[in-house]
Ligand binder design. Structure first.
Ligand code: 9MR
Length: 562
């Protein structure tokens, strides 16, 4: 224990469940053995042999695995490698990720527009209300006879998308779908899961209370005259790095389009069936969601070619809009998602038959522009409640998800960090942390289908990745771990004058694209390209569609592993 800390021993810096896999990774020259040493007594409590060396397929660096899974005693420890040094301290205990799960849900509360965050809930990060959004202008791209350009509408609430203060329907789609699916998959677990938000203690689980803040905003984004849904509510250009209440530029709702409308339709259909059980406390909301969903679906059917192309739009309409584009090239997956959710909720076969739900195209992990798997997760989850038509396809569909998950697990035991994440450079893109978390969700879905523990092990490994067992050595969840992200690209965290960033936010993570062109990158190696500076929006921003799978992964592992 007299050794110095060596940050090249990589592990989940929060800790491990007593009866689960426990792995640390040594990045460096060949070593022989390792020890687990108690932080409190300084006693050596476990001795192990490091694995054979592995070569990182991306960086060619060598690693060795320290597997101490068989050591199960609750406590606080370090991994020690003779002549090398000690790891950061970590815990072994039940519920070891409960705080991270709660904090990542609480992260959404900190993103709330249109309300003050009081000290009671926000602690030292309390702040003034920003963006009342009760006087929003109809942008010329969204003008109709009933709502000509310049018409003022009210569109309050919702979450800020990310480090910026705009609110985007497409990205709200996958975010809400992920959180609502988390609820549907583990409703019982959320009976006892409070995040100290203003609604805590009411009769609705905090997970749903939090999503309601965004759901109510989304409902205002539908044009009541025709059912089409606006792409986003935004300033013309990104705000400076100021607090929300200091960002007072005029805001607009922008062009209705088919992808925003279908994402909206999917979310509203799913929300409707969930909120049906809470009708007493939320009168008529389930009905409103369902009729909003159907209207959006019908608008999409009537306007299937209207897509969002920001540059094209700017050639025609003023003012120019330069904030996040969320321009999706393909709508096939949004049709699949909306039809599946409407079918599940209404049991009306015509939605099931309306689109080709099972195209031959390769299945891809969910992301804001790829939502097909969300449909499949929902269909499988609701198997028992489906009509005969849908039930018929279910065994094939389950096999599809299982083989997708098997493919994720393939060769994990040879990967440099023994994680599903990071087998190839393709895993590292803008928002790669959410890719790791979404891989985790796919594995957890496979576990739900098969009850085969290997999927659980894979999912937990990706949580370990996010909390430190990775090539950067960072824990990507603000407020958690020993080597924390301190300077996320996040306006409130930058502008509030408080040293610690707002906690419970998932940094986008490693991305060799380096699109921000900030100074300070030391490498272009795909699994190492990360910069903890505010400037680096392409590696170190935060976003709601990244936090949602983080909540899912941490909460479900808590539900299953404890
Ligand atoms: O997450 C989005 C990523 O996939 C895109 O490559 C990137 C550039 O278009 O935009 C990301 O989304 C950003 C959005 O456009 C605006 N708010 C912040 C989002 C996260 O960086």
């Amino acid at each position: 224990l007299t050794f110095a800390q060596n940050t090249n021993i990589r592990l989940n810096q929060v800790g491990f469940y007593p009866n689960a896999q426990k792995i640390a990774v040594w990045v460096g020259d060949k070593q022989e053995s390792f020890f687990i040493i108690s932080e409190t007594t300084k006693d050596t409590v476990f001795k192990g042999t490091l694995s054979a060396q592995r070569i990182n397929a991306i960086s060619q660096k060598t690693t060795q695995i320290a597997d101490f899974s068989v050591f199960q005693k609750v406590g606080k420890y370090v991994v020690s490698i003779p002549n090398i040094g000690n790891s950061y301290a970590f815990q072994i205990k039940p519920n070891v990720h409960r705080e991270a799960a709660i904090a990542s849900l609480k992260g959404f509360y900190y993103q709330r527009a249109s309300m003050a965050l009081s000290e009671k809930y926000a602690g030292k990060w309390h702040r003034e209300a920003g963006h009342p959004d009760d006087k929003i202008l109809i942008h010329p791209s969204a003008a109709t006879t009933q709502r000509p350009a310049g018409t003022v509408i009210s569109s309050p609430r919702g979450w800020y998308d990310a480090g910026d203060y705009n609110k985007y329907i497409v990205n709200s789609g996958i975010t809400m779908g992920t959180l609502l699916s988390l609820y549907e998959d583990h409703a019982d677990f959320f009976k006892n899961f409070e995040a100290n938000i203003p609604e805590s203690g009411n009769k609705i689980p905090d997970l749903l209370d939090e999503t309601l803040w965004n759901l109510r905003w989304m409902l205002t984004m539908q044009d009541p005259n025709d059912g089409g849904v606006y792409h986003k509510l935004t300033n013309p250009a990104f705000d400076k790095m100021v607090m929300p209440d200091k960002a007072n530029n005029p805001r607009y709702v922008i062009q209705k389009n088919v992808i925003a409308s279908l994402d909206f339709a999917a979310v509203m259909a799913q929300a409707s069936r969930i909120l049906r059980k809470y009708e007493k406390g939320l009168p008529k909301l389930a009905d409103s969601c369902l009729s909003a969903s159907v209207k959006a679906w019908n608008w999409a059917k009537q306007n299937p070619t209207i897509v969002y192309r920001q540059n094209e739009m700017n050639k025609i309409f003023d003012p120019d809009i330069t904030t996040g584009g969320y321009e999706d090239r393909s709508d096939a997956d949004e049709w699949i998602w909306a039809s599946a959710e409407l079918y599940i909720t209404t049991k009306d076969d015509s939605y099931y038959k309306a689109v080709n739900l099972y195209p031959e195209t390769t299945l891809q992990l969910p992301t804001w522009n790829q939502v097909r798997m969300l449909a499949y997760y929902s269909l499988i989850r609701h198997e028992k409640a489906l009509t005969a038509l849908g039930k018929n396809d279910l065994s094939n569909l389950k096999n599809t998800i299982l083989s997708f998950a098997d493919n994720l697990l393939l060769n994990t035991e040879n990967q440099a960090f023994n994680t599903v994440m990071g087998k190839s450079a393709k895993d590292f893109m803008w928002g790669s942390s959410s890719h790791a978390a979404n891989q985790g969700i796919a594995l957890l879905q496979a576990f739900q289908i098969s009850k085969d523990k290997k999927y659980l092990v894979g999912a937990l490994g990706n949580l370990d990745y996010l909390l430190g067992r990775n090539a950067t050595g960072y824990s990507f969840l603000t407020g958690f771990g020993s080597k924390q992200v301190m300077f996320p690209h996040h306006r409130p965290s930058e502008a509030d004058g408080i040293i610690e960033p707002i906690p419970g936010l998932l940094s986008g993570g490693t991305n060799p694209g380096q699109q921000d062109k900030c100074e300070g990158y030391t490498t272009k190696i795909a699994d190492e390209s990360f910069l903890d500076v505010t400037c680096s929006y392409s590696t170190n921003e935060i976003a709601i569609n990244w936090n949602a799978p983080m909540v899912y992964l941490a909460a479900v592992l808590e539900a299953l592993q404890r």
